[in-house]
Design a binder for this molecule. Structure first.
Ligand code: ADP
Length: 478
């Protein structure tokens, strides 16, 4: 549990914002401090080297004219050079043109030959310097020339640069104090801003909690960042959709109960009246039993329709798709519906513009055609006609079911695909309608990624236009 809490804190926006701000505060320090220290070191070395070269140049005449370079004794110069060397915590060497050490402030290497690149270059006239990182010594080599301009030797000055490290240590200790102050400030500022920035999200989360616990059914308007306002707006849309789904589910359940109860009530009334009366003639029994049988058929039809609908509504419902000859299928369905059409005295005509083979689920597609044609026959009048046509282009096939029957009132057209909706309730029930046929039709067409449209005029007839892709595309896969 504790682990889970600390994990969610680490992944929280507040922690991440604080960390980011902290990094933004500290990063310049981490980058700038080493760069500044390097710059300080290099500037110090360069300045010291220039000063040493200038100082060496001042001694040029004295060293050359007094013959000091040739090894002549000069206690004054000895003392002066030793004092300078001591003040630099270093050493001064005087090397003649034969690369022999003539003078040494340590007096240990006199007479030895010294071969070093920088001295050799200085013998050719260049003043050079070199910084030894390991020993922290700066070594300056300066050529010495006589009055004719000939180079007669090189003055080598070693200077300890230890003071740079001491200064760097002082800087670092100041920087440490500074960074502690900056870090503390960064943490405080980071905390302040992260709390401030995450507050609207917290508020939104609390409102969502209230919705989950059903104290409220809408998110309060969040006045914060545009993105969050958008999210909260979308949340409200989702909530409204869920509420609509919930309402329609409740309505569906109450409709189902009502529809299932109606035949049961009729059966109960019929059975009670038989049970309640004595000496009932056998004809009456027969008649009532026939009625009860009809009610059972009706109940069965409602249940079957409901099952088809539920199967279709189930998310992820599978289509059993295969290449089907649509012309043959329609002809087969019409053959099955012929007795109903003949009974209603309605003429059914099928017109096919071309042979059509399409990828459909044969069972579900059969429901589509059956329901549309059956309705066109049912909601018709004696002597009426139903005209079915089939056509296709390179992408879709089209089925048109047209009748000259009762037509649909204008205010009902938009609802006829709703579950249990009947435009003409008494007539529909009378002819055994459940109000589910077109809902099933629409779902089946939608599953085939198709479309259905209706045009109708009361008293003149109706036309249903269906459009379905010839090739089935599984949306979940693509
Ligand atoms: P039902 O089982 O009542 O036929 P449907 O879902 O198939 O249910 O149809 C819904 C309603 O739409 C019907 O009750 C009827 O009023 C109307 N309707 C459907 N098809 C037609 C049509 N071809 N002509 C007139 N009205 C129709």
């Amino acid at each position: 549990m504790e682990n889970k809490v600390s994990f969610s804190v680490i992944h929280g926006l507040r922690f991440k914002t604080a960390l980011l701000l902290l990094l933004i505060g500290i990063l310049p320090f981490m980058v700038c401090v080493p760069i500044s220290l390097r710059a300080y070191k290099s500037v110090s070395i360069h300045t010291d080297a220039s000063n040493l070269m200038a100082q060496a140049a001042q001694y040029n005449t004295q060293i050359v004219t007094t013959g000091y370079i040739l090894g002549e004794k000069n206690s004054l110069l000895d003392t002066e050079l030793k004092a300078i060397a001591a003040s630099y915590n270093g050493r001064i060497l005087l090397v003649n043109s034969a690369l022999k050490i003539v003078k040494d402030s340590y007096s240990v290497d006199i007479g030895k030959t010294i071969i070093w690149d920088n001295i050799i270059h200085s013998m050719q006239g260049d003043s050079l310097y070199y910084f030894d990182e390991d020993t922290n010594y700066l070594i300056v080599t300066v050529p010495l020339s006589n009055s004719d301009g000939d180079i007669v030797g090189t003055l080598v000055i070693n200077k300890s640069m230890e003071y740079i490290n001491q200064n760097v240590d002082i800087f670092v200790s100041y920087i440490l104090i500074g960074s502690v102050v900056v870090c503390t400030l960064a943490v405080v500022i980071a905390l302040f801003f992260s709390i401030r920035y995450s507050r609207p999200i917290r508020k939104m989360s609390d409102s969502l909690d209230a919705i989950i616990r059903e104290y409220s059914n809408e998110l309060p308007e969040v006045r914060s960042y545009t993105e969050l306002e958008e999210v909260s707006g979308k949340f409200n849309e989702v909530i409204k959709k869920l509420q609509a789904i919930d309402e329609s589910r409740q309505e569906f359940v109450s409709n189902v109960s009502h529809e299932l109860k109606t035949p049961l009530t009729s059966m109960k009334v019929l059975a009670d009246s038989l049970n309640g009366s004595e000496d009932v003639p056998i004809e009456m029994y027969r008649e009532f039993m026939l009625d009860i049988g009809e009610e059972i058929d009706r109940e069965t039809k409602i249940i079957n329709d409901l099952l088809s609908l539920v199967r279709m509504d189930k998310s992820g419902a599978q289509l059993n798709v295969s290449a089907v000859n649509i012309n043959e299928l329609i002809e087969h369905i019409l053959k099955r519906l012929k007795p109903i059409a003949e009974k209603a005295d309605v003429e059914v005509v099928f017109e096919s513009f071309r042979p059509v083979v399409a990828e459909v689920d044969e069972v579900k597609f059969t429901l589509v055609v059956t329901n549309l044609v059956e309705n066109a026959i049912k909601y018709n009048e004696e002597g009426g006609w139903v005209h079915i046509s089939l056509n296709s282009d390179h992408q879709f096939f089209f089925i048109k079911v047209e009748d000259n029957g009762l037509g649909i009132p204008e205010d009902s057209v938009d609802h006829i695909f709703d579950r249990f909706y009947r435009a003409d309730k008494s007539h529909s029930r009378e002819i055994g309608g459940t109000g589910l046929g077109l809902a099933i039709t629409k779902s089946a067409i939608a599953m085939h990624n198709g479309e259905v449209k209706v045009r109708s005029k009361l008293g003149e007839g109706s036309t249903f236009d269906v459009r379905i892709p010839l090739n089935y595309i599984d949306k979940e896969v693509h």
